[in-house]
Design a protein around this ligand. Sequence first.
Ligand code: PLP
Length: 439
Amino acid sequence: MRYDSITDAIGNTPLVRIDPAVHGLRNIDLFAKLEMLNPFGSVKDRAAWSMARPLLDEAVEHGSQVVELSSGNTAKALAVVAGMHGLGFKSVTNRMRVPEIKDLLLLLGAEIEELPGQSECLDPTATDDPLTLFHRTLSASGSTYLHTDQYFNPRNTEAHLTGTGPEIVKDLDGRVPDWFVACVGTAGSSTGVARALREEDPSVRVVGLVAAKSDFIPGIRTIDEVQEVGLFDPETYDTMESVSSDEAIEGMLTLNRRCGILGGPTGGAAYHGAVRHLRAVDEESTERRTAVFIVCDRVESYLSYVRQRRPDLLGRPPRKNSPADLTDAEVGGAPSVTVAEARRWIDAEGPLVVDLRSPFAYAALHIDGSVNIVDELFAELLQGGLPFSRSRPVLLACPVGEQSARYAALLTRMGHPDVRSLAGGVIAWRDAGAPLVRD
Ligand SMILES: Cc1ncc(COP(=O)(O)O)c(C=O)c1O
């Protein structure tokens, strides 16, 4: 194989059969589409190249900076493509939560601008809101940015409609798989492949996978977050199912250790989601059928993610005091207060108010007297035991009241006698007209 440019090596990734002794399905052949073997390391190489390619000549002429809202693989691929053309790249993101990827982006020469996410933004329509300002800057006439706009750009989907999908059919000797399973981030890969497969055989069933609510699997969205994506169309999927980060890591371990496929957490999520879905239908017919899932990227960038969630896998003591270990009943029964109750409680007893949002969102507006401990840091603190005195009540606040409920349940389990979650979060507080301050 010889190429004139590394970008010519994007696509034509292998389709590898998973050993039935590993997945245990009797009547279904399960195949992994190894998008991790694209040259910059992920499924997003196709989308990045497809979106940037037609605009590069003009960008080079004007010396434009390439810009994208991404904290992961799209940013990585665009940083490389921009660098190859002598252009700068800026990654705009609400939170860089995977340190290895942040470091890699910096190594590749990217500029990183961190802004609060929509759910953390108290007023996305405010004129000084950073995301609003960002979009206004990009669309201003005379702007010299090349904005690839991955959440809305149809060329993201097209890369998979013309590449990934047809490659799967070709590698199955012209047959369309009975099931296609993919994680949903921008929805570009799942939508493009689903469309290509349905053009050949409309009976293919498409399973879309999202991260479980209040959970985090880098690269994919939760069912609520996916609604904000311009390319997402619920009609694309026959079913949408969720996967937890623990399940994603378990699936990833199976791929890594038993299949020799060094995929990352979303590859693991896709494997786990595929086997769980297919197990339920495996016995329906004795005819042999076929399913394909996507392995989006590689494991190496996620060692700190694994260390945080499964320290036991990296030779450390097992995880303690994690909100992921709570039962639904514990979370449902977490003590909570409405905004009005919280205000009376603050006046009467002065609980310690802990704001779990990002420092940026906290700096923009917060409850007077609250302290800011961003959720990831809070999770780490709890590994060491209760970080507060039992004698002081605690009020936990997050954007919409989901995470704070989990942590209230956890602190209660850890023996704190009076911890409560602010129902509806800081958004409910603002909507009720309660006072917020800015430092
Ligand atoms: C690791 C990883 N997995 C899955 C996806 C989802 O792909 P898509 O954006 O095509 O929905 C992404 C997207 O960024 C990703 O980075």
